[in-house]
Design a protein around this ligand. Structure first.
Ligand code: PRP
Length: 211
């Protein structure tokens, strides 16, 4: 039997994924060691391999078939736009992609003035403003702490993830519009889905039953 390889998103999503896999009897003891610098972990008995990657790299590994299966946030899937099958909503990591800003930006959103939109997700923001709202905006790509942008005058609004809303609140910002709901998804390489049909279907069935 060949190994089925999983690409997991480093951090909180990975530990929630391992908890979920544990519930259906898939464990990887090697991976529990927090201090290890190893990058890939094997469960010999079940012929499974696991590795951790940065979120935006997970769909890349899966599209190219370096991983058969990936677990990654819907935000990353939308932003990366890779060719793969999204097979399961895992429910955890639930949050929302939103347009946010100070109250004063609410009006600006509905005028024809050229808005500046700061975001870590330029493709999602472009799709939302240009294709859904039919509004031309200037997109400014940032890599983190997006909430800073409207505070220091880099942009009028941001497109970012809102989970509890506390980052917005602590910085005097608010949700102005919701773009879409998000959560962790399981994705599968298109060829693997055909070649390993039975094993992957069985896995999906068990995961679904335990959710
Ligand atoms: C995310 C997101 C928001 C925050 C939302 O940032 O970009 O800043 O979490 O969470 P909240 O609504 O519960 O406050 P993250 O901590 O991942 O880091 P980043 O700012 O570097 O992207």
């Amino acid at each position: 039997m060949r190994y089925l390889t999983f690409a997991l998103t480093k951090g909180r999503l990975a530990s929630k994924t391992l908890d979920l896999l544990g519930k259906i009897g898939i464990t990887c003891e090697e991976m529990q060691d927090k201090n290890t610098r190893r990058l890939i972990f094997v469960n010999e008995e079940l012929k499974l391999r696991f590795f951790l990657a940065k979120g935006p790299d997970v769909p890349t590994y899966v599209e190219y078939g370096a991983a058969d299966i990936g677990v990654v946030g819907k935000d990353t899937l939308l932003e990366e736009g890779r060719k793969l099958y999204e097979v399961l909503d895992l429910g955890f990591g639930a949050c929302r992609m939103c347009v946010c800003g100070p109250e004063s930006a609410r009006e600006l959103l509905n005028t024809n003035q050229l808005l500046r939109v700061a975001t870590k997700y330029p493709n999602i923001a472009r799709e939302y403003f240009f294709n859904q709202r039919h509004q031309t905006v200037e997109l400014i790509k940032l890599n983190g702490s997006i909430e800073l942008a409207p505070i220091v005058g880099l942009s009028e609004v941001i497109v970012d993830i809102v989970e509890t809303g506390s980052t917005l609140k602590e910085n005097g910002l608010m949700v102005l519009e919701e773009v879409c709901p998000l959560s962790a998804r399981m994705v599968v390489n298109q060829v693997s889905m055909k070649m390993e049909d039975e094993r992957i279907r069985e896995l999906i069935r068990k995961l679904r039953a335990s959710l």
